[in-house]
Design a protein around this ligand. Structure first.
Ligand code: F6R
Length: 236
């Protein structure tokens, strides 16, 4: 595991964007696993700039996102489909037909989860997975537990996650209590992982997750055994 500490959010975003773009340049039909949340916003902005400058071509790229809130459809401003469209997909030359985000309003959520895993398996897993990390150590919405769960599934969000995400909604009550999340199996099957984290609030969990014991109570800690994982952290 490679832990890179940088001085600013801008530096973090530049570094992460350069790794993701290098992946696409070296394999134009790359399959990218993507994350939402505040951490990768700067990274996606830099990718948009690089794409506009003609440095990278996303026309053959496919993507799968980590998660989606249960109950929100893609037109809801806080849905992760909406986030991906507005922060990245609408501004690069990716074919949206090749972008997949779990459907949070599927009638049969269990089937949606099983189909999602089957799709990831059918495309041979991701070449590069982008991750953020929650203050409780979650990746995707794999919250602290007594075991690691491999499958994509509907997960209950921890109170600390609901608190953290309340800033994006008009009130805490509006934050969905469940999300579809890619499991640890699909995440760990990525050939390469880049995790971005910033801010003092993440300092303690970064240390615990990446230098402490590997435990399902801090799901990100499993990344210590991934063969190609880079964590980029800025205190800013
Ligand atoms: C988002 C996701 C979450 C976030 C995490 C950190 O798709 O999977 O695990 O990465 O909650 O969120 P931010 O970056 O907003 O602190």
């Amino acid at each position: 595991m490679n832990l890179i500490k940088v001085k600013s959010y801008d530096e973090l975003s530049t570094k992460a964007a350069s790794i993701i773009c290098a992946q696409v340049v070296s394999k134009p039909d790359s399959i990218l696993g993507l994350a939402t949340g505040s951490s990768p916003v700067g990274t996606y902005k830099k990718i948009v700039e690089k794409c506009a400058a003609g440095e990278v071509d996303f026309s053959r790229v496919r993507s799968v996102n980590l998660d989606e809130y249960v109950g929100l459809d893609g037109s809801h401003e806080q849905s992760y489909r909406y986030f991906m469209d507005t922060h990245l997909f609408d501004h690069i030359n990716i074919d949206k037909k090749n972008t997949r985000v779990p459907c949070g309003i599927a009638e049969d959520l269990a089937k949606e989860c099983a189909d999602y895993d089957a799709y990831i398996k059918s495309i041979g897993g991701t070449d590069l997975q982008v991750l953020g990390i929650g203050v409780d150590g979650h990746i995707g919405f794999n919250e602290p537990d007594d075991h690691f769960t491999l499958a994509t599934r509907v997960a209950d969000l921890d109170e600390s996650t609901i608190d953290a995400n309340a800033r994006f909604f008009a009130s805490r009550d509006e934050v969905p209590k469940q999300a579809i999340t890619m499991g640890i199996g699909a995440i760990m099957s990525a050939k390469k992982i880049v995790l971005v984290a910033n801010g003092k609030a993440k300092k303690e969990i970064i240390e615990k997750a990446f230098t402490g014991t590997i435990t399902p109570q801090i799901t990100a800690s499993i990344l210590q055994v991934h063969p190609d994982c880079t964590v980029i952290y800025s205190e800013e």
